[in-house]
Design a protein around this ligand. Structure first.
Ligand code: HEM
Length: 269
């Protein structure tokens, strides 16, 4: 009951923020497309991304001496980098709290996610052209990334504050904080590299969901069939097969036309 009240409060807050953002920006959904991420989600995602990249670059500059030399000039020198890094981190935390509330519901773990994890090898080698029918708005890999950010975010915040106020914290706690902070940073870096690959080159058509806010129906039935079924009320496999038949017919028609065209040219010579 308590949990239900909490998620209702989150939904209400999120809905209010979505409506406000929709008044400032718009998303145009063309024929053959579906709304994937509304304005509010997109703004939050890119604020999180900017704050994260600034934290990562300034953090790595402080972490390794050879990067320190190359990266610190971007932030106005070593001392300035040291000063700015905790603020970048703080902005990342604040923006991510809103993103967390925004995605809390679709990121809930389900039985379908457990099944997805069992097929992760097939997924990574792209064995099946279509995702399994039970994959909803986010797949289990995306959910794991999200929850890894939540975990790292908590660790960053606690250890970051301990290091920021190191003059009032026992030295051994500060020393442990450095190790935990750096490990969380490495985890995030690994996740970030996979995330960029999955969001761009690995799945063409995904990136526009975070820029224009829309994806094609084909993208939806290929990668998130259960979500496609939810928003359109249609069968993803049937629609995919119909599209394949349409394309095959079109190809046949073009071939026939080319053959007739060649035959007519031969006759006229
Ligand atoms: C700068 C490069 C980035 C690119 C190109 C990128 C791209 C994307 C795209 C296209 C999506 C939508 C995926 C979908 O609709 O299925 C997405 C979702 C998401 N992004 Fe990013 N993103 C970037 C940076 C970040 C950063 C820095 C974070 C957080 C530290 C982040 C966290 C997320 C999360 C949690 C999701 C939802 C789950 C997922 O799709 O993995 N992104 N991103």
């Amino acid at each position: 009951m308590e949990r239900k009240n909490m998620s209702t409060a989150i939904d209400k807050f999120d809905e209010r923020m979505r409506r406000r953002a929709d008044r400032v920006g718009t998303t145009t959904v063309h024929r053959g497309e579906l709304l994937r991420h509304p304005v509010y989600t997109r703004v939050l995602h890119w604020l999180v991304a900017i704050a994260f990249i600034l934290s990562l670059l300034s953090g790595f500059a402080l972490y390794t001496p050879w990067l320190f030399r190359f990266l610190t000039p971007i932030f106005g020198g070593g001392a300035m980098t040291r000063l700015l890094h905790p603020w970048f981190g703080l902005f990342f935390e604040i923006f991510f709290v809103f993103q967390f509330l925004n995605w809390f519901a679709p990121m809930a773990w389900t039985q379908a996610d457990r099944r997805w994890l069992k097929r992760i090898k097939e997924y990574s080698i792209n064995k099946d052209k279509l995702e399994s029918e039970d994959v909803g708005f986010f797949n289990a890999g995306q959910k794991l990334y999200f929850w890894a950010i939540v975990l790292s975010g908590v660790l960053f915040l606690i250890t970051g504050l301990l290091m920021w106020f190191d003059h009032v914290v026992p030295r051994w706690i500060v020393a442990i904080s450095y190790v935990v902070h750096d490990l969380a940073g490495l985890l995030m870096l690994a996740g970030f590299i996979i995330h960029i690959y999955e969001g761009t080159a690995a799945m063409p058509g995904t990136f526009r969901g975070m820029t224009n806010g829309t994806v094609t129906r084909k993208w939806a039935w290929t990668h998130h069939p259960a979500w496609y079924r939810d928003v359109t009320g249609r069968d993803p496999r049937e629609d995919c097969e119909r599209e394949q038949r349409r394309l095959a017919e079109r190809e046949r028609a073009i071939e026939m036309w080319e053959r007739e065209h060649d035959a007519q040219e031969d006759l006229s010579r």
